[in-house]
Design a protein around this ligand. Structure first.
Ligand code: CA2
Length: 204
């Protein structure tokens, strides 16, 4: 069974639709949750909101163990929380950072995001509809990644590649998961599911 996509929302977003509609739109958080479910295809959605940094970190830990992808609107924690950044660094799947408003058009203190350092993609300024875009995009990324993994498995099993090399699992090294070594052509698979030839020392 497919692992769920976690959609994690930070402080004050429980009030969505109740004030500042010019910036945040008229949709409520319940509407936004429905947008995500509409676009999720085969994936289950774990939709969460909290005003507590500790609770959000707990949910990221849960996603590390049980989730396939994370969509996160960290709200004000975007600009303050190295603890959320550190938790997200441990997640190996795709991460989409989402903001309803275009944070770069706003006051300077909204311009620097810690979360962007580990995000696969950032969506800002599409309004509540951005949740649809984020869910559709992360589903596609996850499907591409699954196809690439299946292709590599088939190549390995067909004998073209003699060994599977466990990947360098940090995000710093272009988000590699597996390097297939020893075959005619070594490959690298990235988090967005693209497969490309690589030069792998272990294949020489
Ligand atoms: O645009 C976004 O989604 C934000 O992440 C929302 C955060 C803000 O700190 C970020 O800069 C951008 C704040 C959310 C405020 O919550 C509201 C809830 C209901 C109505 C208006 C605001």
């Amino acid at each position: 069974m497919k692992k769920p996509i976690y959609v994690i929302n930070g402080p004050n977003l429980n009030r969505l639709g109740k004030r500042e509609p010019a910036i945040y739109g008229k949709a409520t958080l319940a509407d936004v949750e429905q947008y995500c479910r509409d676009e999720a295809g085969d994936f289950a959605i774990e939709f969460r909101q909290s005003n507590s940094e500790a609770e959000i970190i707990g949910w990221i830990h849960e996603a590390i163990d049980e989730g396939s992808g994370i969509i996160i609107n960290p709200a004000a924690f975007t600009f303050t929380s190295i603890a959320i950044l550190d938790a997200l660094k441990m997640f190996e799947g795709p991460i989409i950072e989402l903001h309803i408003s275009n944070i770069h058009k706003r006051e300077a203190y909204y311009h620097h995001s810690y979360v962007s350092k580990v995000a696969t993609a950032v969506i800002a300024g599409l309004g509540p509809e951005g949740y649809r875009t984020a869910t559709a995009s992360i589903s596609k990324l996850l499907q591409q990644r699954a196809s690439a993994r299946a292709e590599l498995t088939a190549q390995a099993q067909s004998g073209r590649c003699r060994t599977w090399q466990p990947a360098i699992r940090t995000r710093d090294v272009q988000q590699c998961f597996y390097v297939v070594c020893g075959g005619a052509v070594p490959f690298v698979m990235s988090a967005n599911g693209m497969v490309r030839p690589c030069s792998c020392p272990a294949s020489n």
